[in-house]
Design a binder for this molecule. Structure first.
Ligand code: GLN
Length: 255
């Protein structure tokens, strides 16, 4: 019986399920998947990518990482309906099992309870205790940097840098923890200083860029978490270009 992550005979395979990769792919969010694939390959870890599109059931036990990118309101509405009908229970099952569930921007909004625009409430899957409302006012656009601490003791604070462009303002429920603290940019709602949301390994963020090419340390954390390992256990990679990319994304945000 292979361990979680398909680990067997000392090797491991990261099995990724990309939800609506064609419809939820604004700002080339699909690049996040490429980073996961490359970083696994460079370490001789297996990588399997499955797409789950409209109408396709999702098997919560068959993947270690679930990913949903950003999208236009119109595409998001289409996916939201399908998400509830064909993928909600699989995603909940996966999250309960400790699989990584990552949503970016529109995908983040759909991991919450709802996205309300022009009086219409688009329901989300409710994995994160957040609600999003498209209010009057300008879209929240620009470079963004946040401080993130993934360990509970807070001693590992690091920076995620990216680009945000959302009309929705997201509010966290009372007990919901943010992903990070805004250092520069707007974050969830342009006011609270909070960015994204995180419950265990279920994570939502507004950071595009795409997110992972600009923050490979975070990609490694996700890979390790999905495979049930510590990030330090992953073989180090050379990462000179990746470090430069990270620093340039931070510089763009003034951090
Ligand atoms: N449609 C959503 C909004 O504008 C999400 C946009 C996005 O994914 N970039 O708030």
């Amino acid at each position: 019986m292979p361990e979680r992550g398909g680990r067997a005979n000392g090797t491991a395979t990261l099995r990724v399920c990309a939800l609506y990769p064609d419809l939820m792919n604004i700002y080339a969010d699909r690049g996040n998947l490429l980073v996961l694939e490359r970083r696994c390959a460079w370490r001789a870890l297996g990588f399997e990518l499955t797409a789950a599109g409209l109408g396709e059931e999702l098997d919560g036990a068959a993947h270690e990482l679930f990913y949903i990118g950003g999208g236009q309101d119109r595409d998001q509405r289409l996916c939201a309906e399908d998400l509830i009908e064909t993928k909600r229970s699989g995603l909940h099952e996966a999250a309960e099992r400790g699989a990584v569930v990552l949503g970016v921007c529109g995908g983040y909004q759909l991991l919450g309870h709802s996205y309300t625009l022009a009086g219409e409430e688009i329901p989300g899957v409710g994995l994160l205790d957040v609600r999003t409302v498209r209010e009057e006012g300008a879209r929240l656009i620009g470079n963004v940097a946040i401080e993130v601490s993934l360990e509970d003791d807070g001693r590992d604070a690091r920076v995620l840098a990216g680009f945000e462009n959302h009309g929705g303002r997201t509010r966290l429920g009372d007990g919901q923890r943010a992903l990070g603290r805004v250092l520069s940019g707007h974050g969830n709602d342009g006011r609270s200083g909070a960015e994204g949301a995180r419950t265990g390994a279920t994570i939502g963020t507004y950071l595009h860029g795409p997110l992972l090419p600009k923050n490979v340390w975070f990609a490694d954390w996700l890979i390790a978490r999905a495979l049930g390992r510590d990030a330090e256990e992953l073989a180090p990679l050379e990462d000179a270009l990746e470090r430069e990319t990270h620093l340039s994304a931070r510089a763009a945000a003034g951090v």
